[in-house]
Design a protein around this ligand. Sequence first.
Ligand code: PEP
Length: 256
Amino acid sequence: MRKKIIAANWKMNMTVGETEGFFKPFLLELGGEKQVEVVIVPPFTSLAKAGEILRNVQNVKLGAQNMSAEKSGAFTGEISAAMLRELFVRYVVLGHSERRTIFGETDEIVNKKTHAAHAATLRPIVCIGETLAERDGNQVEAVLEKQIRGSLAGLSADQLEETVIAYEPVWAIGTGRTATPQQAQDAHAFIRRKLTELWDAATADKVRIQYGGSVKPANTAELMSQPDIDGALVGGASLDPRGFAEIVLATVKLAN
Ligand code: PEP
């Protein structure tokens, strides 16, 4: 049984003050819920504050939105895995489509970062997904396969098990246009088949594959009840503490 994982990608939102304001109502709504893994992914500047608030909270983990593949040195503006570890960060989102399209991150770069994350015992959440033009051109499977082969190259079976994959169709991110549960399930099943082919069935069966793209309280249950959807990476809707708690709790309900 794969434990579902719901992550809040705050992107370039939430100052330190706003981060403080988020947690009180969010933790109150969430209560002691432990059946679903919850990860909050604030901007770098809010990680220390979030880590401080979450120090004695067992059921919410901390993630970062990006990191450098390098260990240290002359890389102005970059953040290393060790810096994140020091702030009690457990997960790191890598290869988000905004990083790929706006900042030119390639599968090769994402792959280097994925290896660097594992080397530092950070769990990567590796994002993949097709554009609308690629979907319209019947390229979904070819694009996903290329991203899987490129971004996850060279991972051992143990490392793959500790990696979360986020399937995020680019056309559904921040657009209000969600993939249908069947479209998402089909893509997730394809990803798992590819992992089986490239690693093995037992390993592929353990990998958690999140769906991301305009997830909100109203569409959570239908998406999360698909057999190969193991959680969500939530952008816009994760900025509202009560709404995000609703997404988590709707997912918890399915586990019972
Ligand atoms: C994301 O940023 O990963 C995302 C899925 O955003 P949204 O939920 O706003 O579509």
